[in-house]
Every structure is written in C-alpha cells, then in structure tokens.
Write a protein that binds this ligand. Structure first.
Ligand code: SAM
Length: 285
C-alpha cells in the first residue's frame, strides 16, 4: 500500500489485535495505526517490542497490565482527553479477551473519548472456526476454573447447553479437565482441542470426549497454549433401548450406578427417578 493512502488518525483509543503466534497474522490497518499513534499501551513492553521491531516500528510504549491497570487507566485517560491517540495491545490476540484492556476502554467511553476497534486474531475465534463444531451459536467463557470442584461445577452448568462452549485452559490442567468432562458431561460429548494455533506445532484433537482424553493421555506431556471446545450434548431418546445400552457403556467406563444414572438423566433430559424406573423396568422383563 502507498504511504500516501494512509488516512491521518483521529484522536482516541485504538483497541488493536495482534498475532497469537504467527507474526504475519496482523492486519495492514493495525500496522498503520501502530505507526501513527502517540503511544502504545502494552501488557508487556518487551514482548510487544519484538512485534514492533519485526515491522520496523519505533514507538514509545507504556506498560498496562493486570497489576497497574487501574492507575494506568487514569493516566491514559488524562492523555486521551488532551486529544492524544493511544493504542492498547495485549501480548497476544485481542485486548480485553481474557486480557487487560477493559478498564481503559470503559474509562474512555465514560469520558466521551472515541474508542476504535482494530480487529484481528482472537484464539477462541480461530479455534472455533477450525474445530468442526457448530459455530452458529456459541459461548466463550474465558479460563476454566483451576480447582477441580469449581471446574466440575462450571462443567455441570453447561450440561444442557445448546451452544458450542469455548474455554481457555492451561496445558498442565488439560488432562484433568478432560477427565472432568467425561465424568460430568459423558464420554460421548463432542470435544475439540486447539493447541498452538498458528505456530509450528499447531494441532487439533477432535472427537467424543473419551477418545480425545485417550489421545491426550497417550502423549508424554501436553505443552503450549490450548483452547478447549465442547459441543452440545447428544440426547438419548427416552423410552428406547438406547437407555440400557448407554447405561452399560457408562458402567464399562467405570461409573458406579449412581453416577451413571445421573449422567443418563442429563443426556436423556429425564429425572434420575425416571431413569431408575426405566432401567428397573427393562431389567425385570
Ligand atoms: N487475548 C487473547 C485472545 O484474543 O485470544 C487471549 C489471551 S489469554 C491470557 C491466553 C490464552 O489464550 C492461552 O492460555 C490459551 O488458552 C489461549 N491462546 C492464546 N494463543 C493461543 C494459541 N496460539 N493457540 C491456542 N490457544 C491460544
């Protein structure tokens, strides 16, 4: 693009998405904006410097992260109200998406400062797009809770979801998270794991939860950045032979009777009593 084509930037706050791995994943407009702003507010100035150096951009940077977000938002706001042009970037992807950015964006809007979106990568969108799971209706829920009890509650809360549910997960917790998915949502629940998107070791695991669990378990260790996607449940029609077959499958996976009935009730959209009675009826035939 000819340099003469670049429109001068209006004063305001620019929310600029940056690559999630591959440095080529940045838009022409993002580069133009970063070239022209007065200062770039970065989550980690050293990290962003590598991106700026890669594109030959020399710009002042200030740090803007989780721990100084509240104070820094006020300083940035003071500069914005004087008519400066400021870009906010995070270490990877879109600022504000499981990353700092929200406070300064809110403060700017509250003060009547113009806020502009400069869209680009977000790991959850890239993961969803290539996952093969339905993308017509989805929910992005940020990081899954680190503690097992809270994680199971979070998973139970989406048991009946009709959406593709998307989470960020740390690599060292992936195995535990998959075990919890099998236990709380069932072995057949469709799952996709997107690992190291846009990087050399990009990899997807797709399939029923128990299969994906086995694939991940077979690896020595799963490293790198992870997006975990869970498709909607497969309902077992009530009153069909499927109920006892599914019960036998769950028992073979090691679930005791109580856990298997709970799981079946969830999958079939029945109460636990209804499942219990139906199984009894079949056994007494
Ligand atoms: N702002 C980022 C975005 O727009 O996606 C997310 C930042 S959040 C602190 C970091 C998490 O995003 C990682 O732990 C991982 O779950 C996910 N993530 C970031 N880059 C990724 C990649 N290249 N592949 C897979 N997941 C990624």
């Amino acid at each position: 693009m000819d340099k003469g084509d670049v429109t001068p930037l209006a004063p305001g706050l620019y929310v600029v998405a940056t690559p999630i791995g591959n440095l080529s994943d940045i838009t022409f407009r993002a580069i133009e904006v970063l070239q022209q702003v007065d200062v770039i507010a970065c989550e980690d100035t050293r990290h962003t410097r590598k991106l700026l150096d890669h594109y030959g951009l020399s710009k002042p940077t200030v740090s803007y992260h989780e721990h100084n977000e509240a104070d820094r938002a006020q300083e940035l706001l003071a500069r914005l109200t004087r008519g400066e042009r400021i870009a906010v970037v995070s270490d990877a992807g879109t600022p504000g998406i499981s990353d700092p950015g929200y406070r300064v964006i809110r403060a700017a809007i509250g003060a009547g400062v113009a806020v502009f979106a400069v869209p680009g990568p977000a790991a959850f969108v890239a993961a969803l797009a290539a996952s093969g799971l339905p993308s017509d209706a989805f929910a992005f829920r940020g990081f899954l809770p680190a503690r097992r009890g809270e994680r199971r509650s979070a998973l139970e809360a989406i048991a009946d979801s009709e959406l593709t549910e998307i989470f960020y997960e740390a690599p060292h917790r992936l195995l535990e998270a998959l075990e919890d998915i099998v236990t709380t949502l069932g072995a057949e629940r469709p799952v996709a794991i997107a690992r190291e998107l846009t990087k050399i070791h990009e990899q997807f695991f797709r399939g029923p939860a128990s299969q994906v669990l086995e694939q991940v378990r077979a690896r020595a260790a799963t490293k790198g950045e992870i997006v975990l996607l869970i498709g909607k449940g497969v309902r077992v029609p009530a009153g069909t032979a499927g109920l006892s077959t599914r019960f036998a499958e769950l028992a073979a996976q090691g679930l005791d009777e109580k856990a298997a009935i709970k799981q079946l009730a969830k999958e079939a959209g029945l109460s636990r009593d209804e499942v219990f009675r139906e199984l009894q009826r079949r056994r007494s035939r």
